[in-house]
Design a protein around this ligand. Structure first.
Ligand code: UD1
Length: 337
């Protein structure tokens, strides 16, 4: 498999994965509609890799344009990152979320079927587990009971993909369930730069560090965790990107099948531990105050990562210190842009 179509190629996880694909000599055909990303990411990718991708500005819901990409290129495999991802916004705009995150995949699948491209890596999320009954969470843990339309849209797509595979065992599908990706590329040329006020912890902390926001609000310190604040499995974006190459190699070897992997570090850190580590490695104070719990939040979860380690021969190597350092350095290097 040489020609990889990457949807959402300029987004946070998409761009880092494109860099890894190019570094591993894959040809990348990328599409993005810049709904939550910037065109300059294409230049940054070129600067890091000295290679170019073939780029299409395209909304995934535009079936005609999407089909053109398949007509003009022999696509061997698709990595589908293109989706909306803001949990709070999804509660406000469920219809937009289901159309964008579910209909787009249906459009993609029907075109893939028509062009006999049956290999797909899909970006899912640990959110499909809802409130987990057991920790660490394995791939066998029960899914469902998602707490917002974003999470439910990921669950629906997972179900659709299972049905597609059941109907035709020539498909070769890998679902990757991300835990909490943070950090930036070590070149500091690409990273997470969400539009508007960030909803997620690390982008919020970096904006407080930059004095764009006054103070971090920590959502609750009365959870059943080591210090009362929420515990998550934060994973460095560089580790996450590499996992996609491993998943791709797995699909290249197996030729057909249906696979699901958790992508995390297997370690949980509390909000206060993240704040303290950020302060220490960057030598900066992060003012914070404890506020009410955020609706829909879960006390603690982290991944069981044995399956990915065994079957993908991959495990996360970057530390929380690395994640905090690259997040801050990326912001410093790119502020004002
Ligand atoms: C959420 C989604 C997840 C999605 C991820 C990244 C759910 C249940 N979770 O994860 O699917 O993949 O975003 O987009 O749908 N926190 C604060 N103050 C803040 C922000 C966060 O205290 O300003 C705390 C939260 O309460 C939580 C932790 O930090 O304990 C991490 O929050 P966040 O970065 O938003 O990620 P999740 O909610 O875990």
């Amino acid at each position: 498999m040489k020609n990889i179509l990457v949807t959402g190629c300029c987004g946070y996880i998409g761009s880092h994965t494109v860099v890894e694909l190019l570094n591993n000599d894959y040809n990348v055909i990328g599409l993005d509609n810049f709904s939550n990303s910037k065109r300059e990411v294409l230049e940054r990718i070129k600067e890091i890799t000295n290679k170019e991708i073939k780029f299409y500005e395209c909304n995934m819901l535009d079936a005609g344009k999407l089909e053109t990409i398949f007509a003009e290129n022999r696509i061997d495999l698709v990595i589908d990152f293109a989706a909306y991802k803001a949990v709070g916004e999804s509660v406000e705009k469920p219809v937009e979320y289901y159309i964008n995150n579910v209909s787009s995949v249906l459009t993609l699948l029907s075109i893939m079927k028509k062009y006999n491209t049956k290999s797909l890596i899909f970006s899912s999320s640990a959110t499909v587990y809802g409130t987990p009954k057991e920790i660490p969470i394995t791939e066998e843990s029960e899914v469902g009971k998602t707490t917002n339309p974003y999470g439910t849209s990921k669950l629906y797509v997972e179900n659709i993909l299972q049905d597609v595979y059941k109907s035709d065992k020539n498909w070769n599908i890998c679902i990757l369930r991300y835990f909490n990706p943070i950090g930036a590329h070590t070149s500091l040329l690409i990273g997470d730069s969400p539009n508007g006020i960030p909803a997620n912890l690390m982008p919020y902390i970096t904006k407080v560090a930059n004095k764009e926001l006054d103070c971090l609000k920590i959502f609750g310190n009365d959870y059943d965790t080591n210090d009362g604040t929420g515990v998550r499995d934060y994973i460095h974006i560089m580790d996450l990107a590499l996992a996609h190459i491993k998943a791709l190699q797995k699909l290249e070897t197996e030729k057909k099948g249906f696979y699901i992997y958790n992508l995390g570090t297997g370690k949980g850190y509390s909000v206060l531990e993240v704040v303290n580590t950020f302060e220490k490695v960057n030598n900066i104070k992060i003012p914070y105050k404890i506020v009410e719990r955020r609706k829909g939040d879960i006390a603690r979860y982290y991944a069981d990562v044995k399956k990915a380690k065994k079957e993908l021969e991959w495990e996360a190597i970057y530390t929380l210190e690395d994640m905090c350092k690259t997040s801050y350095d990326f912001m410093l290097k790119n502020k004002g842009e």
